[in-house]
Ligand binder design. Structure first.
Ligand code: UFG
Length: 327
């Protein structure tokens, strides 16, 4: 049995990983979260201990590592708003890089050498290929993506110098909610497409805006690769097991390999919810590439991972959550 400290485990993706870890025989999760974005209800709902603490608090991390005999650390506690990272890069580099260096140093001092890191498709910048695999050049076009790439580079150096092993998982568009209805997406403010369209469908907001209808795509709107948060959680556990068993550092792109346009998302929400709502076409949002689709072949080949859920499953689970939110 390995004890896993899930930093940011009270947030959207972290909480789904905590739930899945608590259902395995081999891993026991503990949540560490400063609750700046996370929800303390997650700990109660999942009956998993919560330590309220900040990534920057080295003394507390040291104490928690010892007290809970931590073997592996997973990190989900990053700021993720691309637009905000452009207007306030200092905030992003401090939290997403500075505090992570702090964490990695403390892990190393405490002799914990296994780490799972949430990275992003935003590390690739403008795609040069139709589908992005792990060999695609990484040239981020915003500080958010750059902050994640910096930690990727730091992790490579930690492996060389300290035999410190990590899994880097680059998410495309995480979406959907727990199939048991216990957990879901609850960002504040919400900027992601699917929860915003669902909130228009439940008439909590007046309309949904399409950011740009003049992209070079089949219907003029941006295309993204949406992956169910449960599939994402499963990939974390499989990749973590491989890292531990083979004592090796790994990296994978996590998407389904299929793209959907903004208009297709809106149509799927209309179909699933059976609701009509206003759609407003507006200008492009700064920093949005036209198309982002993962090539998921590497994780499919190297592990037993197989995505289980389709776009319709994603929207259905998120619609259930939209109407029965627990936090
Ligand atoms: N969009 C709209 N209207 C909205 C919200 C979004 O048209 O009200 C569009 C966006 O312009 C984009 C698409 O819907 O084309 C998806 O937008 P999201 O904000 O849901 O997701 P992003 O693709 O911008 O961002 C996601 C992650 C980021 C990560 C990025 C990597 O949320 O953290 O993928 O490319 F950086």
């Amino acid at each position: 049995m390995k004890n896993v400290l899930v930093i940011g485990g009270a947030g959207y993706i972290g909480s789904h990983v905590v739930k899945l870890l608590s259902e395995t025989k081999n891993f026991k999760p503990v949540i560490y979260d400063n609750l700046s974005k996370g929800h303390k209800e997650v700990s109660e709902i999942l009956n998993v201990p919560l330590i309220v603490g900040d990534l920057g608090d080295k003394d507390l991390l040291k104490k928690v590592f010892e007290e809970y005999k931590i073997d592996v650390v997973m990190h989900f506690a990053a700021f993720i708003e691309v637009g905000e990272s452009v207007s306030n890069p200092g905030k992003y580099y401090e939290n997403n890089v500075g505090k992570v260096i702090n964490l990695l140093n403390q892990m190393n001092e405490s002799n914990i050498k296994n780490f799972v890191f949430s990275s992003t498709a935003a590390t690739f910048g403008e795609p040069k290929e139709e589908k992005i695999n792990e060999l695609h050049p990484q040239n981020p076009i915003n500080p958010y993506g750059m902050s994640k790439l910096m930690v990727e580079k730091i992790l490579a150096d930690f492996d060389k110098a300290y035999d410190f092993k990590s899994v880097i998982l680059r998410y495309f568009n995480a979406a959907g909610a727990d199939m048991d209805g216990l957990l879901g997406e609850s960002h504040s403010p919400e900027s992601h497409l699917i929860p915003l369209v669902l909130s228009a469908a439940s008439h909590k907001r007046d309309n949904i805006k399409i950011f740009g209808t003049d992209y070079e795509t089949f219907d003029g709107t941006c295309i993204r690769d949406y992956i169910h948060v449960y599939d994402l959680a499963k990939a974390h556990i499989l990749a973590m097991e491989k890292m531990i068993e083979e004592n090796t550092s790994l990296n994978y792109n996590l998407g389904n390999g299929t793209g959907y346009s903004v208009r297709e998302i809106i149509e799927t929400v209309k179909k699933v919810s059976n609701e009509e709502f206003k759609v407003v076409e507006t200008d492009r949002r700064a920093g949005d590439p036209a198309i982002l689709i993962a090539d998921p072949e590497k994780i499919n080949k190297e592990t037993t991972y197989k995505a289980e859920y389709s776009l319709e499953d994603i929207v259905k689970s998120a619609w259930t959550w939209e109407n029965n939110k627990k936090y």
